[in-house]
Design a protein around this ligand. Structure first.
Ligand code: AR6
Length: 153
C-alpha cells in the first residue's frame, strides 16, 4: 500500500489512470478538466459525449475518470475493475468549486486510506497543483498517519 502527496501537473504522471474533477455534464470546463482535455486531445471530448453525464458522487471511466468521499471511492473501484494499479488524483472540488481545502484533503485522504486498507495492491498519488494544496494534503496525511500509528508506551 502506498499513498503520497506530490506537487505537479497531473497530465504528466506515468500512472494507469488519472482522475478528472469534471462537472455533471462531463463536457469540459476550466481548471484540471481543461488541462486534461488539452493534453488528451479531441478524442476525450468525443468519448465524454457518449456518456450522458455523471451525477455528483459517482464516477465514469474513459479510455484516456461529493459526496466527495464517494467520488474518490467510485474512482478507485473503477480503476481496480479496469486493471489499474497506480492512480493519480487532483485535489477534486478545491478549485472552481471552492470546497474548503483542509476539509477536502481530509475527506479525500480518509476515503483513499480506508480503500487502500482493503485493496493494498493499489498505489495512489495526490497531485497538488499549488504549494498551499500540497501543504494541506501533507498536514492531513501526517495527521492520519499519527492516528493510525500503534501506541508506543
Ligand atoms: N494537475 C493537477 N492539478 C491541477 C491541474 C493539473 N494540470 N490543473 C489544475 N489543478 P478545479 P473543481 C488543480 O477547478 O474545484 C471545471 O470547470 C487546481 O489547482 O479543476 O473540482 C469542471 O468542468 C485545484 O487544486 O476542479 C467543473 O465545472 C484542483 O486541481 C469544475 O471546474 C481542482 O480544481 C470543477 O471544480
Amino acid at each position: 500500500m502506498e499513498l503520497r502527496a506530490v506537487t505537479g501537473d497531473i497530465t504528466k504522471l506515468q500512472v494507469d489512470a488519472i482522475v478528472n474533477a469534471a462537472n455533471t455534464s462531463l463536457l469540459g470546463g476550466a481548471g484540471v478538466d481543461g488541462a486534461i482535455h488539452r493534453a488528451a486531445g479531441p478524442g476525450l471530448m468525443a468519448e465524454c459525449k457518449t456518456l450522458n453525464g455523471c451525477p455528483t458522487g459517482e464516477a465514469r471511466i474513459t479510455g484516456g475518470a461529493a459526496q466527495l468521499a464517494s467520488c474518490y471511492r467510485s474512482c478507485l473501484t473503477l480503476a481496480l475493475e479496469n486493471g489499474c494499479r497506480t492512480v493519480a488524483f487532483p485535489s477534486i472540488s478545491t478549485g472552481v468549486y471552492h470546497y474548503p481545502l483542509m476539509q477536502a484533503a481530509h475527506v479525500a485522504l480518509k476515503a483513499i486510506t480506508d480503500f487502500l486498507r482493503l485493496h493494498p495492491q493499489l498505489s495512489v498519488t495526490m497531485v497538488c497543483h499549488s504549494p498551499q494544496t500540497l501543504h494541506a494534503y501533507q498536514v492531513v496525511l501526517n495527521m492520519l498517519y499519527q492516528e493510525t500509528k500503534p501506541h508506543e508506551d
